[in-house]
Ligand binder design. Structure first.
Ligand SMILES: Nc1ncnc2c1ncn2[C@@H]1O[C@H](COP(=O)(O)OP(=O)(O)OP(=O)(O)O)[C@@H](O)[C@H]1O
Ligand SMILES: [Mg+2]
Length: 303
C-alpha cells in the first residue's frame, strides 16, 4: 500500500466505467434523510443547515476539504454523536441514536478508515469479529469454526472478492483488500446503508480501484452508500449524487446529471481561493504558476 492519493490520472476520462446507469434520485423514499442538520461542539459550530438524502441502490458522495465537517456528518448518521439542529430521519421517521449499536440495528453500518480489525487474526475470524457463530448449548457452546470459514468464503466470493487463503492474518492483506472485506462483512450482516469514511485516502491508484469496485457492488445489491472522500475523481467514478461541504455548510448538492467531473473538481479545489493563491504565488520567485490553470478556469461556473 502506498500513500499516493494524487495519482488518479489513470482514472480520469473513464468515469462511467464502474458506474452502471443507476436509478435517479427520485421515486423511492430515502433510507436516510437529513433536513437542515446542524451540530455544535460547545461554541464550535461544526455543521449547519445540511440536507442529505440516501436512496437504495445509490451512492451519495460527500466531499470537502479538511475540517469541512464530513466526519461530523457521518458520526451523526452512525450514532456516535447527536445533532443539535434539524431533523434526522430513517425510513421517513425522525430518529436520534444514542449509540452506534442503535444505528446498526436500523441497518446503518460504518466502515472507518482505521478499520476495526485484529491484524494477527485470520480473515474469516475478522469477518465474524463480535458476531461469532456458535454451536451447542451452554456450557458446551463452542465457536462454529467450520461454518464461519465456509460463510466468510461464500460471502466474499459473492461480492467478487477472491482471496487465496482465509487463514492468513488480515494484517497481511493490502489496504484495498481489507476495505473490501469490511464492505462485504457489512453487507452480510444486513446493512442497508453503508458509510465509508475516506476508504481510498491512503491507497494507491490500483488499490483505490479495487475499493471503488466493491462500492459499486454494494450499490448494485441495493444498499444506499455514503462515500466520504477528498477525491473528486474517485467520487465521480461511482457517485449518483454529490454533496460538497465547506466550513460546515453545503456548498453544493447536485445529482450526477447536473454536474460534470470538471465542475466538481473546481468546487473541491475552492476555485476562487486557488485563483488568489495563484496570484500570490506569482509574486514569489522560483514558483512556476504557468502550470496552474488559468484564473478564469479556477472560478467555479455555478457559484
Ligand atoms: N469532538 C470535537 N470537539 C470540538 N470540535 C470538533 C470535534 N470534532 C470536530 N470538531 C470540529 O468540527 C469541524 C469539522 O470537523 P470534521 O472532523 O467533521 O471535518 P472533516 O471534514 O472530517 O475533516 P478531515 O478531512 O480533516 O477529516 C472542525 O473545525 C473540527 O475542529
Ligand atoms: Mg474526517
Amino acid at each position: 500500500m502506498t500513500s499516493d492519493t494524487t495519482g488518479t490520472t489513470g482514472t480520469t476520462g473513464t468515469h462511467g466505467a464502474i458506474l452502471a446507469d443507476s436509478a435517479p434520485d427520485d421515486g423511492d423514499r430515502p433510507l436516510v434523510e437529513l433536513r437542515s442538520i446542524g451540530k455544535s461542539y460547545g461554541n464550535i459550530r461544526a455543521l449547519h443547515g445540511v440536507d442529505l438524502a440516501v436512496h437504495p441502490g445509490n451512492v451519495t458522495c460527500v466531499l470537502g476539504d479538511n475540517g469541512a465537517g464530513k466526519s461530523t456528518l457521518i458520526k451523526i448518521i452512525s450514532g456516535l454523536h447527536q445533532h443539535t439542529e434539524g431533523d434526522f430521519l430513517v425510513d421517513g421517521a425522525p430518529v436520534r441514536f444514542g449509540t452506534p449499536r442503535e444505528a446498526l440495528d436500523r441497518g446503518i453500518a460504518t466502515v472507518y478508515q482505521d478499520l476495526a480489525t485484529v491484524p494477527l487474526m485470520p480473515v474469516w475470524r475478522n469477518f465474524f469479529l463480535g458476531s461469532e457463530m456458535t454451536r451447542g448449548v451452554w456450557p458446551l457452546r463452542r465457536l462454529d469454526v467450520a461454518r464461519m470459514k465456509e460463510t466468510a468464503d461464500a460471502e466474499l466470493r459473492n461480492m467478487g472478492i477472491v482471496l487465496d487463503n482465509l487463514e492468513q492474518p488480515i494484517g497481511t492483506l493490502s489496504g484495498g483488500q481489507r476495505q473490501s472485506v469490511a464492505i462485504s462483512r457489512a453487507v452480510y450482516f444486513g446493512a442497508r446503508v453503508l458509510i465509508l469514511d475516506e476508504p481510498t485516502a491512503a491507497l494507491g491508484v490500483k488499490q483505490s480501484g479495487v475499493v471503488l469496485k466493491y462500492i459499486a457492488a454494494a450499490r448494485d445489491r441495493g444498499l444506499g452508500v455514503i462515500f466520504i472522500t477528498h477525491n473528486p475523481h474517485h467520487a465521480y467514478m461511482v457517485g449518483d449524487h454529490f454533496s460538497v461541504l465547506r466550513l460546515g455548510t453545503l456548498e453544493l448538492s447536485a445529482p450526477r446529471s447536473e454536474i460534470g467531473l470538471e465542475e466538481l473538481t473546481n468546487h473541491m479545489a475552492g476555485g476562487a481561493e486557488l485563483a488568489a493563491l495563484k496570484h500570490e504565488l506569482g509574486q514569489v520567485s522560483g514558483v512556476d504558476v504557468e502550470e496552474l490553470p488559468e484564473e478564469e478556469e479556477l472560478q467555479p461556473g455555478a457559484s
